[in-house]
Structure formats: structure tokens, C-alpha cells
Design a protein. Structure first.
Length: 489
């Protein structure tokens, strides 16, 4: 079954499209044009989706072998790639990101997540122990993994398909069922994926999608539903705290990747050109809308002035424009609302005394794009560590650069934050690299790179940046229950 109207985004429940009596608009952030209308799920629709997911656990899906499930996950990935152009177009329309980014990162990685975790689940071992019993006999203990049940998947808008399948892939591979609540800003690829699920024969109720907002809408209805067995969320820390409060009733586990105020550290002995290019990506890729992005940059004093000048040149070299046009490598923010937030920080930086190296406002674009959610890539210097734009997550294409002198000094500066998601360090000294990797209080620390991911490794945040780890076998710790079977011989 496919949607007949491509400008409508209905809910997907038990293998069928379900409309509600409430709708909201979906707009293209590049030009503010109306894409279509989204059906907002109410309490009844959310409850129906959760019930469908529960029922599916007792149907063919629950009886399916791991090998057959893995085969189906590969078919889902192939189904995404077979409709590659549709997924890319949908992601670009929702987010405004350039074609080069959506086609090389979002959609291929979104599809790959199904294959990666299908293969992990097929090959992961469990433990086995022989023991002597008190009566002198023997017993055999061995581990058995089973699905947790119904997983609520609440997704962000910055990498919609990629970060949604990062959770749905392992959840389904482990035999769970899911109810997905995509961001209200980016409903398209989660909805399009429902068509692929039906095409490849995933049983009804295994994959469900409910659209809406957080409070008093689909998000709250989903997290408070006591038939949801676990909740996984990527997004800002305040929303994560609300979800944790909801999950406390029923003592349900959560996995969360939350906000960050990530440091980038550049030592004087770094490969200068590579460090500039790396920090430019970390600060400005996806218009700064990356949870792992760098908004605080610390550069050793002897190269500080040269580095600021070089990063300024990089920021000013981006080509803003139609996301589908050749050469465009910088898109708008996701919405007008988010632009208002980012611009408020641009203003606050000036009020707090920042030196604006470049940017700080709204770019001048042609008439076709003038109503889009555009801002300039922006660099500041000269602020104290107490400044709001140095302390608070902005989630825009901006960074503050400050000098440092010693390794101990920059470790203290980098760690002086309630967040602990990621860091990027640039140095040619192997000893410095390893010391920094251990000293920085983050979930992932890149040395001479950024956004380089081996999907088998642990991923997550510390402090206010999250709880739990995902990736490889670490995802299995959340998406399965490990049972011990003890057999008296």
C-alpha cells in the first residue's frame, strides 16, 4: 500500500495509512514553500500504534528466526537504495541541506544501518559457564538474548533518516517492534520508509510511525504509554529530561544522545591546513546542525592569528544557494523558529562584547530563496568563557575561537562544561594525542579527524549529553534482554 497523495504525511499504523482530524504544515526551509500537510497523531492513534506493535511481537515477527530477520533487514536497506532519488529529494525538501550532503551521507548511511546491525546480531556470542553445585554435581549456565518488546523511537530533525535508522535498525534486528515519532519538522523519510517496509514484506505492526509534537501531542502520549517497553531519543537535553521523567513510571529503560557544547583543540604542531579544514567541517557542516559539531575552538597561541584568518577564509568560501544546484555546499537552518533562536545568539554575542570575525547575520540571496531560514556562517573571538555563546548549545553554523598556552590549560577549558558528547583534537605528537583522548570528558574524541565513525564502536555522551551507548554490540545491551539459563546436570 502506498500513499496516493505525495503532499500528505499520514500516520502509519499496523501496515496501513491512518489519517487524523488534526493537521499541521510541512515547509521547505530553503524557500519557506509549503511541502504538504502532516497528520498529527492524537492519543487514540498513538495507543493504536503501540497496540499494533505489541500484537506484532506475538505474530510472525516474534516467531521469525534471526537469520530470516537479518535477511529482511538487508532487503529494507536495498529497498531504500532502490528508491534512492526519492529519499534524497524528500530529505532535501524537509531539511534544505545540499544534495551533496544528503546523497553522500544521510541516505547511504541510513540504509547501511539496517545491514550493519543485521550482521552484528547474527554474529554476536553470549556467555557460557560450567559450575560445581553444592551437592557435588554440575550445572551449565548460558546466556540467551531476547527482544525488549515495543521500542519508542523519538528522532531529531538534523539527520532524519540516518539517526532514525541508527535506532530502528538494531531494534528490529534484535526482534523488537517500533513506534517512531519523527520530528515534526522532518516527517518525509520516516513516512517513505513505511512504504519500503510494506514492499519487502515486513509484517504489519513491526514498524509504525506517528506524527506530532512533544508536549500534549504524539511525543508525550508515546512516552507515557505503559505498554512501551523502552524509549530511545536523540535531541536536546531539556526534552531528554522530560522523557526520563515519563520513563520513570514503569521503570522503563532509556537510551539518550542529548545536547553538546563540543570543543575543538588545535595544537601548534598540527598539520595546519588539515586542522583548518577539519574545524571548518566540525563547525559548519549541515549548517552547524550536528550534535557532534564544534562550537568552542581552542588554538595554541603561536598559531592563533593565522588560524583565525584561515578559518575566516573557509567560512567565507561556502556557496549558499539552491540545495539542488551544482556546487551548493551550505544550506539553510531547518526552520524559521530555529533561525530566530540562532540569530538571538548572534545578537547576544555582540552584546557580550564579541569581535565578529565574519558573518553574524542573514545572507543576501536571490528572490527565490529570500524567505528561507538562512543565516551566515559566523566566527567570534574575544569572549570570556562565561559568555552565553561559549556556554550554551546554539546548534548553528558558528564558533568562538580562543587562544591557549599549555596542554593542562586547554584540558581544563575543554572540560569546563556540563556537556560531554564529543571533541576533536589536532596534533602531530602521538603522546599529546593519547593524553588528550584520555583526559577529555566526552563520549567520543577524534584525533586529527572529525565525524569519522566505525559503526561497531561505542557511541554516546557523558554528563548532560546522554545516557547509554549504541553501536555494534553496545546497541544490543539496550535493545535486548540478556537472560541466564541455568541447567542442573
Amino acid at each position: 500500500m502506498s500513499r496516493t497523495e505525495r503532499d500528505k504525511f499520514p500516520n502509519f499504523i499496523n501496515g496501513k495509512w491512518v489519517e487524523s482530524d488534526r493537521y499541521f504544515e510541512n515547509r521547505n526551509p530553503a524557500n519557506n514553500a509549503l511541502i504538504g500537510t502532516i497528520s498529527e497523531a492524537g492519543q487514540a492513534e498513538v495507543d493504536a500504534a503501540v497496540q499494533a506493535a505489541r500484537d506484532a511481537l506475538n505474530g510472525p515477527w516474534g516467531k521469525m528466526s534471526t537469520a530470516k530477520r537479518s535477511e529482511m533487514m538487508h532487503a529494507v536497506a536495498d529497498g531504500i537504495m532502490a528508491r534512492f532519488d526519492e529519499f534524497v529529494a524528500a530529505e532535501i525538501a524537509d531539511t534544505g541541506k545540499p544534495y551533496s550532503l544528503a546523497s553522500h551521507l544521510d541516505i547511504p548511511r541510513g540504509a547501511a544501518n539496517f545491514k550493519i546491525f543485521a550482521d552484528v546480531v547474527k554474529n554476536v556470542p553470549t556467555e557460557s559457564f560450567d559450575m560445581v553445585t553444592p551437592d557435588g554435581g554440575q550445572a551449565l549456565n548460558y546466556g540467551v538474548r531476547g527482544p525488549k518488546g515495543v521500542i519508542a523511537v523519538i528522532c531529531p530533525w538534523n539527520l532524519p533518516l540516518l539517526l532514525m535508522t541508527w535506532k530502528v535498525g538494531p531494534a528490529l534486528a534484535c526482534g523488537n517492534t517500533v513506534v517512531v515519532k519523527p520530528s515534526e519538522e522532518t516527517p518525509a523519510t520516516a513516512t517513505l520508509l513505511a512504504e519500503v517496509m510494506n514492499e519487502v514484506g515486513v509484517p504489519p505492526g513491526v514498524y509504525n510511525v506517528v506524527h506530532g509534537f512533544g508536549k500534549d501531542s504524539a511525543g508525550e502520549f508515546l512516552t507515557r504509554n505503559q505498554h512501551v517497553n523502552a524509549i530511545t531519543f536523540t535531541g536536546e537535553t531539556g526534552t531528554g529530561e522530560a522523557i526520563m521523567a515519563a520513563a520513570a513510571k514503569g521503570v522503563r529503560p532509556v537510551s539518550m544522545e542529548l545536547g553538546g557544547k563540543n570543543p575543538g583543540v588545535v595544537f601548534a604542531d598540527a598539520d595546519f591546513d588539515k586542522a583548518v579544514a577539519g574545524i571548518a567541517r566540525a563547525a559548519f557542516d549541515n549548517s552547524g546542525q550536528v550534535c557532534l559539531g564544534t562550537e568552542r575552538v581552542y588554538v595554541q597561541r603561536s598559531i592563533f592569528d593565522n588560524f583565525v584568518a584561515a578559518l575566516k577564509a573557509k567560512a567565507e568560501s561556502f556557496k549558499l544557494g539552491d540545495p539542488l544546484a551544482d556546487g551548493t555546499n551550505f544550506g539553510p537552518l531547518v526552520s524559521q523558529e530555529h533561525r530566530r533562536k540562532v540569530l538571538s545568539y548572534y545578537q547576544k554575542a555582540v552584546e557580550e562584547g564579541a569581535s565578529v570575525v565574519t558573518g553574524g547575520g542573514i545572507p543576501v540571496l536571490d528572490d527565490a530563496l529570500k524567505d528561507g531560514a538562512w543565516v551566515q556562517p559566523t566566527i567570534w573571538t574575544g569572549l570570556p568563557e562565561s559568555a552565553a555563546v561559549v556556554r550554551e548549545e546554539i546548534f548553528g553554523p558558528c564558533c568562538h575561537i580562543a587562544p591557549f598556552d599549555t596542554e593542562d590549560e586547554v584540558i581544563a577549558l575543554a572540560n569546563d562544561t556540563p556537556y560531554g558528547l564529543a571533541a576533536t583534537v589536532w596534533t602531530s605528537d602521538v603522546g599529546t594525542a593519547h593524553r588528550m583522548g584520555r583526559a577529555l570528558n566526552v563520549g567520543i574524541c577524534w584525533i586529527n579527524s572529525w565525524f569519522l565513525r566505525d559503526l561497531r564502536t561505542a557511541f554516546g555522551g557523558s554528563k548532560h549529553s546522554g545516557i547509554g551507548r549504541e553501536g555494534g554490540v553496545h546497541s544490543l545491551e539496550f535493545y535486548t534482554e540478556l537472560k541466564n539459563v541455568c541447567v542442573k546436570l
